[in-house]
Write a protein that binds this ligand. Structure first.
Ligand SMILES: *Cc1c(COP(=O)(O)O)cnc(C)c1O
Length: 637
């Protein structure tokens, strides 16, 4: 029954099994000790994650734990600018690249600060989709030519805030999403006495593809139709403000897996730019939006979790197409902006959680001994188990199904003890596992056994919340690589899924990266009673802010880590996650009032002689302590 571990399994086999070289992008590897490593600068300086965790534990950090590697952010910013600058040089493009980070992809201060610092000298800007995001963007001291792009629907205060930014000398562009916004912008601009910088988001015929393709195309929620662009220009002319119209923007969705979709969008967008420019709009910038993908599964395909192009290919295509079209239309080449968010931040963060327990353990031979004095049905099941062969496994399995029905029938009628029922269930489980093993030896595995195999996948219970830490895994079935951070020199022999600690059956990760397909399980190591840690990787984009408080599991402990100078691994900062009192307060409870309410009830019980004073006191003390505790499970006591 037990799968015998292959002693020749090496860390290289682990790298292959989990696909680390496929999706790791040079950031992830496994060392000779069988531990997952991360190289934030993509050089030879690696962080041994298991060793890092030991240090963080000493600092009282708890699991689940979010680890951020800010150097990855710098590395990504450099790669993005390098790629565009290389294309610009190669095609002798007559203008520059200006990257813009969309704040909605990760609003965390340390993340935005790091990106801005990394790109300051190269003209890195920010994109905001709301007043609050604009407030963040304006607070940054960017280079004077950097762009601040204001997307999203707008009201007068949003417009006013943007204009104040212009007044401060920043290049804050108001991107028009609806023609009526022109009137609003012109009115507020008159009030404030500042000439606006206006961009228009155009609605392309070309669509993205993948999960987010609704963001583009004719039916999109966003952007101006061709007719509306013409109307908007009329409105600008009438307001004597055509001179404000400096930018054309489009965005066809996030995580675009196919380069041909990107090329089609850029062709169309560049043509619109060129026509408008030729018609007299004083345009300076073409903003190609987001959508630059991340290869989460490493398959390099057009699958939604992947991408069939490289960053350099993306930059080359954008620059080349814009140049060609501007040449054909005889208009000046604009600055090219992109709003690449996911591609900058996805890699920098990971969640490490501890696995404790599993839903069911396969029975050992000793557990399947059938004593003399039990019901015949159990002896018959044992005979099925022992007599099963590759040849008869199908028939024997069907017999076992019948016996299992009989087992429950007898139990319902009161003929079986709980102990007998337990033994019957374990025998059935062992039969099913044996049958699946035989079935898989055949070339053709009947559907029946494929389904049965799925039911036998072990559920590992991990101390985290899908809803708080990887919401897109639940909401969109998004794939994130999952890898144990240690024991990688040993063969993992348990096909498992990862269940979180919420009371929601959706709180489970049961789709895993695979080169050809999506796997319904991950091979993990046998639980040996010692702590077992797995990391969920590449969760730096969108997950931080979309996380929710299902079951009141809160924000997790967090550490920021860098490597260097030399090979030293430095813990730059640690931030404690939510306490129970923090998440309770989010839902309008006042934790101190709750403590008082418990205290009042305990005192009443003392008056009624149901509790002693000492008992009441310790109840109240412990209640208060619990309010200060981490919201996740604490295995240390
Ligand atoms: C969300 C969004 C982005 C970011 O897209 P990524 O795929 O993360 O690069 C860029 N621009 C706009 C308008 C967006 O809404």
């Amino acid at each position: 029954m037990e799968v015998v571990p292959d002693v020749s399994f090496t860390v290289r086999d682990a790298v292959r099994l989990y696909g680390i070289d496929n999706w790791g992008a040079g950031y992830f590897d496994v060392n000779e000790q069988g531990r997952l490593t991360i190289r934030p600068n993509r050089d030879d300086r690696a962080v041994d994650l298991y060793g890092l965790l030991a240090r963080l534990r000493k600092r009282k950090m708890r699991f689940p734990m979010l680890l951020r590697f800010p150097q990855i952010l710098t590395n990504r910013v450099n790669e993005l600018f390098d790629a565009f600058e290389k294309s610009i040089a190669e095609y002798s493009y007559g203008n520059r690249y200006l990257g813009v980070f969309p704040i909605k992809v990760n609003q965390k201060k340390e993340v935005v600060d790091e990106l801005v610092a990394a790109g300051r000298d190269r003209g890195m800007g920010l994109e905001a989709g709301s007043k609050a995001e604009l407030a963040v963007a304006l607070s940054h001291k960017l280079s004077p030519d950097a762009l601040i792009i204001c997307n999203g629907y707008k009201d007068a205060p949003y417009v006013r805030m943007a204009l104040r930014g212009v007044e401060m000398g920043k290049r804050v562009f108001l991107i028009v999403e609806k023609p009526q916004e022109i009137e609003l912008i012109l009115r507020v601009s008159k009030e404030v006495g500042v000439q606006p910088l206006i961009g228009m988001r155009i609605r392309l015929h070309a669509r993205g593809s993948g999960k987010w393709e609704k963001s583009g195309g004719q039916a999109s929620k966003f952007g101006l139709t061709t007719q509306e662009v013409l109307e908007a220009i009329e409105l600008l002319k009438r307001g004597d403000a055509l001179n404000s119209f400096r930018l054309v923007h489009f965005h066809v969705g996030s995580q675009i897996p196919e380069i041909k979709r990107i090329k089609a969008a850029v062709k169309e967008g560049a043509r619109v730019y060129a026509k408008l420019r030729a018609a007299g709009a004083p345009l300076e910038v073409l903003d190609v939006g987001g959508g630059l993908g991340v290869d989460y599964d490493g398959s390099k395909t057009t699958y939604e979790a992947s991408m069939n192009y490289t960053l350099q290919e993306y930059a080359n295509d954008v620059v080349y197409i814009v140049r060609e079209i501007c040449g054909a239309e005889g208009v000046p080449e604009p600055s090219i902006a992109s709003e690449s968010g996911r591609a900058l931040v996805a890699y920098h963060a990971m969640l490490v959680c501890e696995v404790r327990g599993q839903n069911a353990t396969p029975a050992e031979a000793a557990d399947l001994m059938v004593p003399q004095d039990v019901h015949d049905v159990l002896r018959e099941m044992k005979d099925i188990l022992e007599g099963m062969t590759r040849k008869n496994h199908r028939e024997y399995y069907h017999d076992a199904l019948e016996k299992r029905e009989e087992l429950y029938g007898l139990f319902d009628l009161g003929y079986l003890s709980l102990r007998e029922r337990a033994l019957g269930e374990r025998l059935y489980d062992a039969i099913a596992r044996t049958a699946v093993r035989f079935a898989k030896e055949d070339r053709f595995v009947p559907e029946e056994f494929e389904d049965l195999e799925k039911k036998l996948i072990t559920k590992y219970i991990a101390n985290f919340s899908v809803f708080q830490s990887i919401p897109d895994s639940w909401a969109l079935d998004q794939l994130f690589p999952v890898v144990p951070i240690h024991r990688l020199g040993d063969e993992p022999t348990v096909p498992a899924t990862l269940c979180d600690v919420t009371c929601d059956s959706d709180g489970e990760v049961d789709r895993f990266v695979d080169l050809r397909d999506v796997k319904d399980h991950l091979d993990l190591h046998v639980q040996d009673g010692k702590p077992y840690y797995v990391a969920i990787l590449m969760i730096g984009a969108y997950q931080d802010v979309l996380g929710d408080y299902h079951n009141l599991f809160g924000i997790v402990d967090e550490a920021h880590v860098a490597v260097g100078p030399g090979k030293a691994v430095r813990i730059l900062a640690t931030q404690p996650g939510d306490r129970a009192r923090d998440v309770i307060r989010l839902f309008s409870y006042e934790p101190d009032d709750l403590a008082k309410a418990v205290e009042a009830q305990a005192r009443a019980a003392v008056r009624e002689k149901k509790l002693t004073k000492a008992q009441a006191q310790s109840i109240v003390d412990e209640y208060k302590e619990a309010l200060d505790a981490y919201t996740y499970l604490d295995f240390s006591q």
